[in-house]
Design a protein around this ligand. Structure first.
Ligand code: TRP
Length: 519
């Protein structure tokens, strides 16, 4: 459906745009995924590939996505249609629908955080919650493990997930206008909360030791391609790249905006937040003499809360910091999830003559149903691992597919289409026209050769490993998911639903309706 820019929505000011874009970028990825990944790869080993990823991939692709939005003034599928016709459009929808899967599990995690927030005022910290949940012995776990499992084994998360979806729909109700209103409050609040956590963390007895871990590079681990893949995936995820979210946000700015500097400002704000969040997390982790192993989810739901539980100053302090931490996660997550919801809504509205209200209502219902699937008690496998962390959830598996493959795959397709079909120089010239900082021809090589080749290598390397070691690093004979018939097949079922579902749905969206001729 042809819409003029007024009916598509506009940011009121450049600040509004920067707040919204950095609000999209700053999310769970910055607070927990970064720390969990950095920790997994030995802290110091992580940040050199990470910084290289930021400057060689992150900022250029951010500029590219902003440039695309300015170039077309439209959301992602129509932008891709103008670059590469129907095939491009299909790739655009495929990316948007892939982002839909991310939105679903991302919101499930936020729903769980609401549950933790309720617990923070009492039960979460109690030494023992009676938990014969998932057939576990009573008292088998200490808190907050026990609290978390008890919550997961109940139906409460279904309600929490619905609440988060309702909040998303409310914030997106008038598009850019209402998103800007929300981010003007949430983004500054987020920075404030994070500063409080950092100050508390760094002034703890062992706090500074955690920071040292994050600062001391270990060059030997850098020979391992998985460190590089982890770092690059993290860059794509944390900057909200690859899925056309940033293109949609940029399409709400006047065409004449300085998007090169916008790309720098947004990326550096995001990674600045991420880095200081790392300081807070690592210092809190070092409240323990020995830092336990942590996957992303266990980091968020029990390792960090355990650190908070040991804060000096008594019950009220623990409850206060606990609540602060969970509220921070919720608002940071909300400003991210709304960007995903908006990118989808906007894509539909650019093509089909359906009111925003209706699109949001359908998106909300379908999205909530998807998130509920991730929140069901039967898709959690709580088998304990030797290191005391929990087993898998369907969310873990889906985030593995999305994080380790989806992000890099759509990034690859994006760079190939823009670099080879459209010509990266076109976007570069469009960016340079309105920007003080001029981008040189190196940009074209980066988009055409360097980034795609790196991504192909890392994806190929990962696929080989996955095939060798079994899906998700485990064979079906592992004791994982023993008691759960469904979970045993979850890795395979989820990849079929994810790849097949998004491919078919993308084809349907591409075939129905039509755009005006590219102007
Ligand atoms: N960047 C967000 C985070 O760090 C997550 C996110 C929002 C995202 N929008 C995205 C990730 C689009 C990938 C694509 O938590």
């Amino acid at each position: 459906m042809p819409q003029d820019s007024a009916s598509r929505g506009q940011w009121k000011s450049r600040i509004g745009f920067i707040l919204a874009a950095s609000g999209s970028a700053i999310g769970l990825g910055n607070i927990v995924f970064f720390a969990a990944n950095a920790y997994k790869f030995g802290g110091g080993a992580f940040y050199i590939p990470y910084l290289i990823g930021l400057f060689a991939i992150g900022i250029p692709v951010m500029a590219l996505e902003f440039g695309l939005g300015a170039f077309s003034g439209r959301a992602f599928p129509e932008t891709m249609f103008r670059i590469a016709g129907k095939k491009g459009e299909w790739a655009g929808w495929w990316a948007i629908l892939n982002a839909g899967f991310i939105t679903m599990w991302y919101i499930t995690i936020l729903g769980w955080v609401i549950g933790m927030l309720f617990g923070a005022f009492g039960t979460l910290w109690e030494p023992s919650v009676a938990i014969p949940a998932f057939g576990m012995e009573e008292g088998a776990l200490g808190n907050p493990h026990a609290y978390f499992f008890k919550m997961l084994s109940s139906w409460w998360p279904v309600i929490f997930v619905i609440i988060i979806w309702i909040l998303n729909v409310i914030i997106c109700r008038r598009g850019a206008e209402t998103i800007e209103q929300a981010t003007r409050i949430f983004v500054p609040l987020m920075w404030g909360f994070m500063l409080i956590l950092i100050i508390r963390g760094l002034t703890l007895p062992n706090g500074f030791q955690g920071v040292l871990l994050l600062f001391s590079p270990d060059f030997t681990v850098m020979k391992d391609p998985s460190v590089w893949k982890g770092a690059f995936s993290q860059i794509f995820f944390t900057l909200s790249l690859g899925f056309g979210v940033m293109t949609t946000y940029a399409s709400y700015l006047p065409k004449k905006s300085d998007h090169t500097s916008n790309a720098y400002v947004t990326s550096l704000l995001n990674c600045g937040f991420e880095y200081i969040a790392g300081l807070a997390v690592f210092s809190l982790l070092f409240v323990f003499a020995v830092v336990p192993q942590a996957s992303t989810l266990s980091m968020m739901f029990f390792i960090l809360p355990q650190g908070i539980a040991q804060l000096p100053g008594g019950q009220a302090v623990v409850a206060g910091f606990g609540a602060l931490f969970f509220i921070l996660l919720i608002i940071a997550g909300l400003t991210s999830s709304v960007s995903l919801v908006e990118a989808f809504t906007s894509s539909i509205r650019d093509k089909f003559d359906i009111s925003r209200k209706k699109v949001l209502a359908y998106t909300g219902v379908v999205g909530a149903l998807g998130s509920i699937v991730f929140a069901l008690p039967m898709v959690v496998d709580p088998n304990l691992k030797d290191d005391g962390t929990m087993g898998l959830t369907l969310t873990d598996i889906m985030s593995h597919w999305n994080f380790d493959y989806g992000l890099l795959m759509v990034g690859l397709v994006e760079c190939v289409l823009v670099g080879w079909v459209m010509g990266a120089d076109k976007i570069r010239h469009a960016l340079n026209e309105n920007s003080k900082m001029k981008i040189g021809p190196w940009f074209d090589y980066l988009i055409k050769w360097v980034i795609p080749l790196m991504l192909v290598f890392l994806l190929g390397w990962d696929i080989v490993n996955e095939v060798r070691n079994g899906v998700y690093g485990m064979s079906f004979n592992d004791n994982y998911a023993e008691g759960f018939g469904f979970m045993k097949f979850a890795p395979v079922i989820s990849i079929v639903v994810w790849l097949g579902g998004s491919a078919i749905a993308a084809a349907i969206f591409t075939m129905k309706g039509s755009y005006d001729d590219p102007a």
